[in-house]
Design a protein around this ligand. Structure first.
Ligand SMILES: Cc1cc2nc3c(=O)[nH]c(=O)nc-3n(C[C@H](O)[C@H](O)[C@H](O)COP(=O)(O)OP(=O)(O)OC[C@H]3O[C@@H](n4cnc5c(N)ncnc54)[C@H](O)[C@@H]3O)c2cc1C
Length: 251
């Protein structure tokens, strides 16, 4: 697996110790997902595909069997599609993975706050250490919550279809509704983990960091607005590989 992925990643950001660890821990990661209820029970897909359908779960997700990869690393199927009822004609089951992990997390006592945005970090005034977050949140029991969710999902759908004018319109409507109803709260904790996606949907950041990609339709959701990166920078964090972008489209 390591020999194969070393060829694929080339000079990209992930390499060295991180790649080795990713390979060494991959079987344990699958066990972990299964312990939380995710099912990978289908058969090995016999043909080359970017996404297996029907009864198939295990597949050759990369170029493992092609030259020159096969000459350097023995081909093995490492793609795993979650079984279940998914989206579209290809039955894409990312939603099943998410729902299963979400249910397990709730069962274990994790508390989620939807329609919430972290707007700034809280710092200890003496030491400067991060001690929590200030966030703005919409109450799920308010009447507008369902409407906000529907607008957000429409925006997301149009982002996937690369219809940016409509996607941005729905995003703006959702944002305006959310701003009217949301209230600001704080949460104090011993540590804050930022896991807030990239910046592909932030046109200014794209222009600033990767202007040569500005005519490429971005992939992702409106949440990829770079706010997590800016939060990290507000605590003195450094950025790297900001000139990299994943530019492809699933047709
Ligand atoms: C069309 C498509 C298909 C893909 N297919 C695959 C695949 O088959 N296999 C695969 O391995 N990967 C796939 N990927 C890549 C994969 O989805 C991403 O690498 C992964 O989702 C990144 O996870 P993340 O947690 O870093 O960020 P995200 O999944 O982007 O999650 C970040 C979350 O943080 C939220 N957020 C942002 N800012 C804030 C804030 N200020 N306050 C609160 N919340 C905030 C966002 O709304 C979002 O929910 C695909 C990506 C796309 C776009």
């Amino acid at each position: 697996m390591l020999r194969y992925l070393q060829q694929e990643v080339g000079t990209a950001a992930v390499g060295g110790a991180a790649l080795r660890r990713f390979c060494e821990e991959s079987v344990a990661r699958m066990d972990w997902l299964q312990r939380h209820g995710v099912e990978f029970v289908g058969a090995l897909c016999p043909y080359r595909t970017s996404y297996p359908t029907g009864p198939y779960s295990l597949y050759f997700s990369g170029n493992e069997k092609a030259h020159p990869y096969a000459a350097i690393a023995e081909p093995a199927p490492r793609g795993h599609r979650v079984m279940g009822s998914g989206a579209g004609s290809m039955n894409m089951t990312g939603n099943v993975l998410w729902e299963t992990m979400f249910t397990s997390a709730v069962r274990m006592g994790v508390r989620f706050e939807f329609a919430s945005k972290v707007e700034s970090l809280l710092f200890d005034s003496d030491t400067g250490a991060v001690q929590g977050v200030r966030y703005t949140s919409m109450d799920p029991s308010c009447r507008e919550f369902a409407k906000h969710k529907a607008l957000t999902m429409k925006g997301s759908r149009y982002h996937q279809l690369s219809v940016r004018i409509l996607a941005n319109l729905y995003d703006r409507c959702a944002e305006a509704l959310w701003r009217c109803k949301a209230t600001t709260k704080t949460l104090v904790g011993q540590s804050v983990i930022l896991a807030a996606g990239g910046f592909g949907m932030n046109e200014n950041m794209v222009k600033g960091w990767i202007p040569w990609y500005k005519r490429v339709s971005p992939l992702g959701t409106s949440g990829d607005n770079g706010s997590g990166i800016k939060l990290g920078q507000s605590a003195g964090g450094a950025v790297s590989h900001m000139h990299r972008m994943s530019a492809w489209r699933l047709m």
